[in-house]
Design a protein around this ligand. Structure first.
Ligand code: CMP
Length: 148
Protein backbone atom coordinates (compact mmCIF):
# COMPACT_ATOMS: atom_id res chain seq x y z
CA UNK A 1 0.00 0.00 0.00
CA UNK A 2 1.06 3.51 -0.82
CA UNK A 3 1.89 5.41 2.37
CA UNK A 4 3.24 8.74 3.53
CA UNK A 5 5.77 9.08 6.33
CA UNK A 6 7.72 11.89 7.94
CA UNK A 7 11.50 11.77 7.65
CA UNK A 8 13.92 14.06 9.46
CA UNK A 9 17.56 14.47 8.55
CA UNK A 10 19.13 15.53 11.83
CA UNK A 11 21.63 18.38 12.36
CA UNK A 12 24.90 16.40 12.22
CA UNK A 13 24.01 15.03 8.80
CA UNK A 14 22.76 18.34 7.44
CA UNK A 15 26.04 19.93 8.56
CA UNK A 16 28.10 17.52 6.47
CA UNK A 17 27.55 18.00 2.73
CA UNK A 18 29.11 14.70 1.61
CA UNK A 19 27.14 12.59 4.10
CA UNK A 20 23.95 14.57 3.39
CA UNK A 21 24.36 13.75 -0.31
CA UNK A 22 24.87 10.06 0.45
CA UNK A 23 21.82 9.89 2.73
CA UNK A 24 19.69 11.73 0.16
CA UNK A 25 20.89 9.34 -2.54
CA UNK A 26 19.97 6.33 -0.35
CA UNK A 27 16.43 7.73 0.07
CA UNK A 28 15.94 8.18 -3.68
CA UNK A 29 17.60 4.91 -4.70
CA UNK A 30 15.29 3.01 -2.34
CA UNK A 31 12.22 4.13 -4.24
CA UNK A 32 10.94 6.92 -2.00
CA UNK A 33 9.46 10.05 -3.52
CA UNK A 34 9.84 13.41 -1.78
CA UNK A 35 6.36 14.97 -1.70
CA UNK A 36 7.25 18.05 0.38
CA UNK A 37 10.46 19.28 1.96
CA UNK A 38 11.60 22.07 4.25
CA UNK A 39 14.90 23.06 5.81
CA UNK A 40 14.35 24.58 9.24
CA UNK A 41 15.72 25.07 12.73
CA UNK A 42 13.62 23.97 15.71
CA UNK A 43 13.50 26.02 18.88
CA UNK A 44 14.08 23.98 22.04
CA UNK A 45 10.38 24.23 22.89
CA UNK A 46 9.40 22.97 19.43
CA UNK A 47 11.83 20.06 19.83
CA UNK A 48 10.32 19.29 23.25
CA UNK A 49 6.86 19.37 21.76
CA UNK A 50 7.80 17.11 18.84
CA UNK A 51 9.39 14.58 21.21
CA UNK A 52 6.73 14.93 23.94
CA UNK A 53 6.55 11.14 24.33
CA UNK A 54 10.17 11.17 25.60
CA UNK A 55 9.47 13.76 28.30
CA UNK A 56 11.28 12.78 31.51
CA UNK A 57 13.51 10.13 29.93
CA UNK A 58 17.20 10.25 30.79
CA UNK A 59 18.11 11.29 27.25
CA UNK A 60 15.45 14.00 26.85
CA UNK A 61 17.78 16.97 27.46
CA UNK A 62 20.47 15.80 25.10
CA UNK A 63 17.86 14.88 22.48
CA UNK A 64 16.17 18.30 22.63
CA UNK A 65 19.44 20.24 22.59
CA UNK A 66 20.81 18.15 19.72
CA UNK A 67 17.63 18.49 17.66
CA UNK A 68 17.60 22.28 18.07
CA UNK A 69 21.36 22.70 17.53
CA UNK A 70 21.16 23.38 13.78
CA UNK A 71 19.11 23.00 10.64
CA UNK A 72 17.09 19.89 9.82
CA UNK A 73 15.78 18.68 6.52
CA UNK A 74 12.19 17.54 6.87
CA UNK A 75 10.60 15.39 4.19
CA UNK A 76 7.22 13.92 3.53
CA UNK A 77 8.21 10.65 1.87
CA UNK A 78 5.84 8.60 -0.23
CA UNK A 79 6.30 4.96 -1.17
CA UNK A 80 5.05 1.41 -0.88
CA UNK A 81 4.87 0.71 2.89
CA UNK A 82 6.88 3.89 3.40
CA UNK A 83 6.64 3.84 7.22
CA UNK A 84 8.28 0.48 7.79
CA UNK A 85 10.59 0.67 4.77
CA UNK A 86 11.98 4.04 5.86
CA UNK A 87 12.60 2.71 9.38
CA UNK A 88 14.35 -0.32 7.90
CA UNK A 89 16.56 1.91 5.75
CA UNK A 90 17.39 4.06 8.82
CA UNK A 91 18.35 1.03 10.95
CA UNK A 92 17.82 0.56 14.71
CA UNK A 93 18.01 3.55 17.09
CA UNK A 94 20.92 2.33 19.19
CA UNK A 95 24.26 2.60 17.47
CA UNK A 96 25.75 -0.64 18.80
CA UNK A 97 22.73 -2.69 17.69
CA UNK A 98 22.81 -0.95 14.32
CA UNK A 99 26.41 -1.75 13.54
CA UNK A 100 25.83 -5.41 14.36
CA UNK A 101 22.39 -5.92 12.81
CA UNK A 102 22.17 -3.39 9.96
CA UNK A 103 25.68 -2.17 9.12
CA UNK A 104 24.63 -0.85 5.72
CA UNK A 105 21.65 1.14 7.01
CA UNK A 106 21.92 4.92 7.31
CA UNK A 107 22.56 4.71 11.04
CA UNK A 108 24.88 1.73 10.55
CA UNK A 109 27.02 3.79 8.19
CA UNK A 110 26.78 7.25 9.75
CA UNK A 111 25.29 7.03 13.27
CA UNK A 112 27.59 8.45 15.95
CA UNK A 113 25.69 7.80 19.19
CA UNK A 114 22.22 6.74 20.37
CA UNK A 115 21.23 10.42 20.20
CA UNK A 116 23.19 11.53 17.12
CA UNK A 117 21.62 8.87 14.99
CA UNK A 118 21.24 10.66 11.64
CA UNK A 119 17.52 10.46 10.92
CA UNK A 120 14.03 10.07 12.30
CA UNK A 121 11.01 8.24 10.92
CA UNK A 122 7.42 7.93 12.05
CA UNK A 123 6.65 4.57 13.68
CA UNK A 124 2.92 4.21 12.87
CA UNK A 125 0.26 5.69 10.58
CA UNK A 126 -1.14 7.64 13.49
CA UNK A 127 2.23 9.16 14.35
CA UNK A 128 3.03 9.78 10.67
CA UNK A 129 -0.10 11.89 10.42
CA UNK A 130 0.69 13.79 13.63
CA UNK A 131 4.31 14.37 12.67
CA UNK A 132 3.48 15.43 9.10
CA UNK A 133 0.98 17.95 10.49
CA UNK A 134 3.59 19.18 12.99
CA UNK A 135 6.04 20.17 10.25
CA UNK A 136 3.60 20.74 7.38
CA UNK A 137 0.39 22.16 8.92
CA UNK A 138 -0.69 23.39 5.48
CA UNK A 139 -0.46 19.88 3.97
CA UNK A 140 -3.86 18.23 3.64
CA UNK A 141 -3.04 14.60 4.38
CA UNK A 142 -6.65 13.37 4.26
CA UNK A 143 -7.15 14.91 0.84
CA UNK A 144 -3.87 13.41 -0.38
CA UNK A 145 -5.03 9.89 0.54
CA UNK A 146 -8.46 10.47 -1.01
CA UNK A 147 -7.16 11.73 -4.33
CA UNK A 148 -4.14 9.44 -4.52
P1 CMP B 1 14.33 9.13 16.96
O1 CMP B 1 14.00 8.02 16.01
O2 CMP B 1 14.33 10.51 16.42
O3 CMP B 1 13.34 9.06 18.21
C1 CMP B 1 13.69 9.44 19.49
C2 CMP B 1 15.12 9.85 19.61
O4 CMP B 1 15.61 9.86 20.93
C3 CMP B 1 15.99 8.83 18.92
O5 CMP B 1 15.81 8.87 17.53
C4 CMP B 1 17.35 9.22 19.44
O6 CMP B 1 17.86 10.38 18.81
C5 CMP B 1 16.99 9.55 20.89
N1 CMP B 1 17.20 8.37 21.73
C6 CMP B 1 16.44 7.28 21.79
N2 CMP B 1 16.91 6.39 22.68
C7 CMP B 1 18.02 6.96 23.20
C8 CMP B 1 18.96 6.54 24.16
N3 CMP B 1 18.88 5.34 24.77
N4 CMP B 1 19.95 7.38 24.45
C9 CMP B 1 20.05 8.57 23.85
N5 CMP B 1 19.17 9.04 22.91
C10 CMP B 1 18.18 8.22 22.59
Amino acid sequence: TLQLTLALIKPDIVAHPHILNNVTRMILENGFYVIESKRLILTTSQAEQFYAEHKGKFFQNRLVSFMSSGPLWTYILCGDNAISRWRKLMGPTKVLKTVYDEPLSIRGLYGLTDTRNCTHGSDSEENAEREIQFFFPEFNIKKWYETE
